[in-house]
Design a protein around this ligand. Sequence first.
Ligand SMILES: Nc1ncnc2c1ncn2[C@@H]1O[C@H](COP(=O)(O)OP(=O)(O)OP(=O)(O)O)[C@@H](O)[C@H]1O
Length: 285
Amino acid sequence: MSHANSRNMKPVNDPNVPIIELQDAEVIFTTRAGSGLFHKNRITAVNKVNLKLMPGQTIGIVGESGCGKSTTANIMCGLQQVTSGTVLFKGQDVTHRTAKERMEIGRVVSVVFQDPATALNARMRVIDQLIDPLVVHHLGSKAERDKRARELIRMVGLPSQVLGALPGQLSGGQRQRVAIARALSLNPDAIIADEPTSALDVSVRAQILNLLSDLKKTLGLSMVFISHDIQTIRYISDEVIVMNKGTIIERGETQQVMRHPQDDYTKILMAAAPSLLHPSEEECA
Ligand SMILES: Nc1ncnc2c1ncn2[C@@H]1O[C@H](COP(=O)(O)OP(=O)(O)OP(=O)(O)O)[C@@H](O)[C@H]1O
């Protein structure tokens, strides 16, 4: 089953070209204020954000609720159009593509959402959820799709019996594994993981985090990992971006930023997670 030939949005695999690049990306939402017909509120969810996701890189985006993390992630996977600025996908300007064309990005940039219960169709068997993206994109024969589903379920550490189950028959952790398998079905270059462990029991969070970490290594995936939890970001990300009120206020190599935060807001986030530093690192810091 060839994915590469059918990806008209996937120009080249150049290790020096970012998979996604945002240049001065801005998103302004307009909402109706109160009961007045003509009163509107403008919310700048993302304010002149610049970032590059390089092949094989994992970027963590951290910040408190409402700081613009998810909107940034949605721009990166083509779900959200920018109000101004430029979105480059493997060097191609996709800023003004139609929604359908932007959805093509989803074939090489997949998303794992916070809550697998809402990400999965409750009435669809796991096998059908896994092959659905292949059906939508007219990829493979029935036998090839079934083979791919078995491969995917193995990749996320679940037994093949799960393929016949409905999401409601699985645990939260198993459901998130299925959602991750579905996100991998089109063999993406990048995964946008938007708080993928937040809705899970504490006991299974580390397992899902380890799974994502293993997958990115074995598949050479790039990843954008969004979390309000700086400790989770530290575990998985090469580079960290700290957002506050729609703006990137600090960025850098994760360990460097964690050890020597420059911005007061980052210091506050760090102070809220004192267990981050091992005693030996605190001595060095
Ligand atoms: N569709 C929308 N319409 C109007 N306002 C929105 C919309 N989506 C997000 N916002 C607003 O934009 C701002 C940024 O939201 P966003 O969801 O990107 O933040 P976040 O950091 O991901 O927050 P959380 O961690 O709670 O998901 C918030 O003020 C939010 O209320």
